[in-house]
Design a protein around this ligand. Structure first.
Ligand code: COA
Length: 181
């Protein structure tokens, strides 16, 4: 497990699949993700099998929060995140995340997830650059990434098409020397 503040990251399990199907079929959750169409249980099972073939450092994590119920040892899945396309020469990787449980939005969890990915990326994987892509309209996401230390780096003009119009996509990144300061 990887721990930070109120969250922990663990590997995905097959039992997570129905929950991901429910979340990723919610138009509000999917709104800023690169998924335009509904998905089925079979689609997600295929995703899971493909995921297991990825290098271990690129396999996603389930995001869990401490539920604080019962015996006090219960953790609840709220979303998913991962490193993608790690380039071991440039020591650079992209990160992505979603919080599917909408009751957990705007409570600081996204910021904590990104902070934890940065700490793990820089101090464990010895990456030098971690970047992400975010729709310009995703104001909550942009704010969370800024709070975690990401800086604005560039803009892909009209890179996405959604709801009948083109949208710009922003690149944001964090560098290890800046993060260490
Ligand atoms: C984007 C996402 C990861 C952010 O996680 P989160 O836990 O909601 O984010 P945080 O609570 O850490 O930070 C959000 C910040 O944005 C602010 N915010 C939210 N909506 C906003 C808006 N429309 N305009 C300006 N600020 C906004 C919040 O107030 C908060 O800032 P504050 O702490 O200074 O008050 C999460 O909402 C999510 O997964 N959404 C659905 C999928 C998605 O968009 N994934 C990301 C793709 S790049």
């Amino acid at each position: 497990m990887l721990y930070e503040g109120r969250i922990r990251l663990r590997r995905n399990e097959r039992r997570d699949i129905p929950q991901f199907v429910e979340w990723l079929n919610d138009p509000e959750v999917r709104r800023y993700l690169l998924m335009n169409m509904p998905i089925s249980q079979a689609n997600e099972e295929q995703w899971f099998e493909n995921m297991l073939k990825l290098p271990v450092n690129e396999q996603p994590f389930g995001i869990e929060i401490h539920a604080g119920l019962g015996e006090g040892n219960e953790w609840r899945l709220i979303g998913n995140c991962s490193f993608m396309d790690i380039n071991w020469t440039a020591r650079s990787a992209e990160v992505g995340l979603f919080i599917g449980d909408k009751s957990c939005w705007n409570k600081g969890y996204g910021t904590e997830v990104v902070r934890l990915l940065l700490r793990n990326g820089f101090d464990t994987l010895n990456l030098n650059r971690v970047f992400l892509r975010v729709d310009e309209a995703n104001k909550g996401g942009i704010r969370a990434y800024e709070k975690a230390g990401f800086v604005h780096e560039g803009r892909l003009r009209q890179a996405h098409y959604r709801n009948g119009k083109y949208e710009d996509v922003l690149f944001m990144s964090a560098l290890k020397p800046e993060w260490q300061e």
